[in-house]
Design a binder for this molecule. Sequence first.
Ligand SMILES: [Ca+2]
Length: 319
Amino acid sequence: MANMNPNKSVIIDCDPGIDDAAALFMALASDKLDVVALTTVFGNVGLDQTTINALKILEVSGNEKIPVYKGAGRTFDFKNPVDARHIHGNDGLGDASIPEPSITHKAKHAVNATIDIANEYDGKITYIALGRLTNLALALSLDPALVDLISEVVVMGGAIHQPGNATPVASANLYGDVMAAAVVYASGLNIAQIGLDVCNKVEISVLEQEKIWNLGSPVSNFLKKITPFIQSAYGKIGQAKEEAVRYNDMPAVGYAIDDSLFTCERLKIVIETEGKYTRGQTVDGSRRNFIDDANSVNVALEVDDVNLKKLWFKTISTY
Ligand SMILES: [Ca+2]
């Protein structure tokens, strides 16, 4: 008998974030995903602002009914967060004067909501992490049974053959809460790592951006307003060529929609928690089983960027 609900139910944990917006619009428009909830975490900017930004994204895309649960405001080990205002603007959405949302977040904490949803869906929920892994690490601490209740965790983060973007070797989302990353990677959860090895290859050229701006929809206008800040920031640090832009969170959602666009390899990964220069690195211990306690992670190493971008255009064009 055919599956009556072919959609993949997902919780998306996010810290919007210009690239979170591009990724969330894709997820919300996909006919393959059913977005059950958004949970928010500190990251690109502080928690209050990432939560407001998640609401703005739902409102402009006509998804006001999807609940937003506010999550952690400090790291798993209770450190003050370090933000990325230089990439995303003081308001996290490119300081583009996007109007305040008229909807509000739910009273329940994101960590409790995650546990409740995972139990309710009884093993048929996918968790997409577009920010620091704090909420998931806290949820696992409260309810270790989540390891078997979440079918897959798609992590936007990590770097195997590419350099880091927070340090020479660490990616921002894992470096931003190293202990949370270590908990999640050691937990035994089924993890797909969609990190800089693939994100660095997905550049949206000026011509491709214009195609989106020309759609003229509220979502297209929203992206058009917020994108120049990250575009200019990447230009300054030499991260993208010829005014191309990368929305680093977008490939993780693309993977959840269609994993055939990615070439993945099962690697034995641990998170470095101590190194003076290497803290937050995803260390590959596969070779000769050098690291006993490393866990098997499905690591994306190549991406069909042309078709991934087509998929993104297709979803954005539905608004
Ligand atoms: Ca993000």
